[in-house]
Design a protein around this ligand. Structure first.
Ligand code: UD1
Length: 366
């Protein structure tokens, strides 16, 4: 039986975290002597935001499920921390690993810091420089108490250096992209598209779930107006937060507009097929910005900024917010992308992360 103190605890709870942890856990197989456990906080609980990804990406079932469910961010935070506290009856981790910038991330980080557990942060160092964004607060809290910083980009490394963090900064690249580099090209879009009567390159793919866009009726209606007048059909994947907002603000008539085709949140591979088959991506999701970049699709960002600054800097996308003129111009932009896009990672992030975790664990044991 291995010493409990040699455990590694990976904490995840949201869709983008399941996507990023899948290749990391696979890479951990290179180190069978390491003993790790997986905790699902339960922040995402619907089948199509959670179990669908465990099944499709073959993520081992979690060792613990905290079932924090929905609620205000404070309620979620408290439930996650109390759930983690319960675990301390059985676990004293040598290393806790959190991912991204959600309430699950910051709750895991604060719990680790309070209990003096060493902490690794995957997708560290990204900044939007705006504390009114909940995800920015989660990023700042987590990076303030981490020991190992796994950065997806050189910009993230520089952001951390500028903030003088203590701990080891590692440029790993983005593990979510490893899944794309290491899978054969996505299935032909035609079969999947026939479900909605869409044709390759003749539709836009859209998602929208950030609080800034969903919690304000006027802004959400502007977005739905932009989509419904885009000139090509828009396939809109409905995050539960967006679905609830549309019902709450009585904006359902936009989804009956023939230009917007609403669909349930899709699995990872189907989503990649749609990105690679669409004309352009319209989104406020960081994950989709990265994936559009990988698939060489122009991305129109309906947010105030993006943490994936490389995409905009390299001319592969633009931030338009909800500006009509900017949105129209971006839709009409003739985009020809022939250069490989490697600024966000080259497919080896998970191997780098697992190797660093192994070195860290060896240093703890020795
Ligand atoms: C969270 C993250 C965001 C990430 C996103 C990915 C925070 C602050 N935000 O936002 O960084 O990009 O996940 O999806 O943590 N809901 C369901 N079913 C579910 C999950 C949520 O109906 O399975 C509902 C909740 O009840 C709530 C809304 O969706 O009304 C928002 O859920 P929440 O957990 O706050 O996270 P996201 O908006 O998904």
């Amino acid at each position: 039986m291995k010493d409990k103190a040699q455990n590694i605890l990976f904490i995840v709870g949201n869709r983008p975290q399941f996507i990023k942890i899948a290749p990391v856990l696979k890479a951990m197989e290179q180190y069978p002597e390491l003993n790790y456990k997986l905790i699902h906080t339960g922040q995402h609980y619907d089948y199509n935001l959670s179990q669908q990804f465990f099944d499709e990406l073959k993520i081992p079932p979690p060792d613990y499920h905290l079932e924090c469910g929905s609620g205000t961010p404070t309620q979620q935070f408290i439930r996650i921390i109390s759930g983690l506290d319960e675990l301390m009856k059985n676990e004293r981790p040598a290393l806790v690993v959190v991912v991204g910038d959600t309430n699950t991330t910051s709750a895991g980080a604060v719990w680790s810091a309070i209990n003096q557990f060493r902490l690794a942060h995957i997708e560290s160092g990204l900044r939007e420089w705006d504390k009114s964004i909940p995800e920015e607060i989660n990023k700042l809290l987590t990076d303030a108490v981490s020991d190992l910083y796994f950065c997806p980009t050189q910009t993230a490394v520089e952001n951390l250096r500028r903030q003088h963090v203590t701990g080891k900064i590692i440029l790993s690249g983005d593990p979510g992209l490893d899944l794309l580099f290491n899978t054969s090209s996505p299935e032909s879009g035609e079969n999947l598209l026939s479900k909605w009567n869409l044709k390759v390159s003749e539709f836009y793919l859209a998602t929208c779930h950030r609080q800034i866009n969903t919690d304000d009726r006027e802004r959400l209606e502007t977005i739905l107006t932009l989509l419904s007048t885009a000139g090509k059909p828009v396939l809109l994947s409905l995050h539960p937060r967006l679905a609830k907002a549309i019902i709450h603000f009585d904006l359902g008539s936009y989804l009956r507009d023939h230009n917007i085709i609403a669909c349930e949140p899709l699995g990872f591979r189907h989503m990649q097929t749609l990105i690679s088959s669409c004309d352009k991506v319209i989104t406020d999701s960081g994950g989709l910005v990265k994936e559009a970049y990988f698939h060489r699709k122009y991305v129109i960002i309906i947010d105030r900024q993006t943490e994936w600054v490389e995409v905009v800097r390299e001319g592969k996308g633009q931030v338009v917010g909800v500006d009509f003129t900017g949105f129209r111009e971006a839709l009409q932009f003739q985009f020809k992308n022939t250069t490989p896009s490697l600024s966000l990672g080259d497919g080896n992030a998970s191997a780098i992360i697992a190797a660093e975790i192994n070195s860290f664990m060896l240093s703890v044991v020795n």
